[in-house]
Design a protein around this ligand. Structure first.
Ligand code: SF4
Length: 97
């Protein structure tokens, strides 16, 4: 019985110990993308839908999300904030083939 409590407590301590590391890693990713981006979404005329068949996921400046990149919001090397894979802005630059 004591062993169960020890294992349970140990597991909880392990999870609690990992939480700040995970949060820190996510914050670092967000900060890096935002720090690099210099243009706000209004200036870039960013919209949350494709324009003329062009969208962020096909842009050389797009930084896709690590998980489910086709649907999850990513970031942009130029435009600040959350960028959708099917968004678009006036600085669209097609990826080299
Ligand atoms: S289209 Fe604009 S917002 Fe989208 S990735 Fe390219 S530069 Fe960034």
């Amino acid at each position: 019985m004591n062993d169960d409590k020890t294992i349970s407590r140990g597991g909880m301590i392990q999870k609690l110990a990992l939480a700040p590391i995970m949060i820190g890693a996510l914050a670092a990713l967000h900060t890096d993308a935002d720090a690099a981006a210099t243009t706000d979404q209004k200036t870039a005329a960013y919209v949350t839908h494709p324009v003329g068949g062009k969208q962020c996921s096909a842009c050389a400046l797009y930084i896709p999300a690590k998980t489910n990149p086709a649907k999850s919001p990513g970031a942009c090397k130029l435009v600040k904030g959350t960028i959708l894979p099917n968004g678009w802005c006036k600085f669209f630059s097609p990826k080299a083939h």
